[in-house]
Ligand binder design. Structure first.
Ligand SMILES: Nc1ncnc2c1ncn2[C@@H]1O[C@H](COP(=O)(O)OP(=O)(O)OP(=O)(O)O)[C@@H](O)[C@H]1O
Length: 301
């Protein structure tokens, strides 16, 4: 089976600065990937290598089975670079059509309209970029990454600086297209990545420090409980529920509860029953750990 990304000892140095340090990866082509990690961890560098914008200093990299930048990958990868901008002098439809023509597509204007429709901005075809909001411009640039229906789309911080409505529009777009193409998305918003991606790669100091499958969250004997506002200080009540190993208060009314998974397969129902008996109202119960907990909080036994 052809892998989406295969890397061995992938290293990128900028002068004396090592941005990627011997990365090994085997990513199957059947899901979307989140890249997370602190500023300067190497996420953009990895994306640039995958796109073929940069060459590795050493190591081996294959994308969809071919070397980045090779003719075999032309038109198969789309990208939203981190600081991508539109040309202020031309209408957005014209710019997208121009890129479609550069890709050699037969009907560039039709393709420009298609991708604008995908990002729900069909009406902006004749608009100049400055007539659009920041969020709309970002969505237009995402539309550019979708020209030619690439198999793999890389989005570097697609929702950075967007208001909740525009960020949601981007999330919905990614989820709508997930059957048609694969995404690699870099973001600092873990909650958002959890809604869009299947696998999470945590990069730190140029190395992959953790790789998680989002769907595995329910297998960990943990859940997050949010009580109704004003229902504070219930830690001791929660700790007495049968099967509970540990209760940690995260926010005012939010608790992380670790429990004995083996002995209590229906622990969530048992917990709800206990809450009802103690007349403690709750707002939300989520099985598993949040991505933030899984990445940054060591397992406490
Ligand atoms: N062109 C360059 N010349 C020199 N150093 C660079 C260059 N590009 C990146 N770096 C350095 O390489 C490291 C990795 O940078 P990179 O942009 O890949 O990180 P990142 O994880 O994308 O960060 P952020 O979350 O801030 O976007 C950083 O220390 C950065 O300063």
């Amino acid at each position: 089976m052809t892998l989406m990304i295969e890397a061995r000892g992938l290293t990128k140095r900028y002068g004396s600065k090592t941005a990627l340090d011997g990365v090994d990866l085997n990513l199957a082509a059947n899901g979307s990937i989140a890249l997370v990690g602190p500023n300067g961890a190497g996420k953009t560098t990895l994306m640039s290598l995958i796109c073929g914008y940069l060459h590795p200093t050493s190591g081996h990299l294959r994308v969809l089975g071919d070397a980045p930048g090779s003719p075999a990958l032309l038109g198969r990868i789309g990208a939203l670079p981190q600081d991508a901008q539109l040309d202020p002098g031309f209408g957005v439809g014209l710019q997208l059509a121009h890129f479609a023509a550069l890709q050699g597509l037969d009907k560039p204007k039709q393709e420009a309209r298609r991708v604008l429709e995908l990002v729900q901005l069909a009406e902006t075809y004749d608009s100049l970029p400055q007539a659009l909001s920041h969020g709309m411009r970002k969505r237009v640039i995402i539309a550019q990454a979708l020209i030619g229906q690439p198999e793999l789309v890389l989005l570097d911080e697609p929702t950075a600086g967007l208001d909740p409505a525009n960020a949601r529009a981007v999330r919905e777009l990614v989820n709508r297209l997930r059957g048609e193409c694969r995404f690699i998305i870099s973001s600092h918003n873990l909650e958002e990545l959890q809604k869009m991606c299947d696998t999470v790669l945590h990069i730190d100091h140029g190395r992959i420090s953790n790789q998680l499958t989002v769907d595995d969250a329910g297998q960990e004997g943990a859940l997050t409980l949010t009580l109704a506002p004003g229902t504070e200080d219930q830690q001791s009540v929660l700790a007495q529920v049968t099967g509970v190993r540990q209760v940690t208060r995260r926010d005012r009314e939010e608790y992380l509860i670790r429990y004995d998974l083996g002995g209590h397969p229906d622990f969530d129902l048992e917990l709800l029953t206990a809450l009802k008996a103690a007349r403690i109202p709750y707002r939300r119960l989520a099985l598993g750990l949040s991505l933030e907990e899984r990445l940054f909080t060591p397992e406490q036994s």
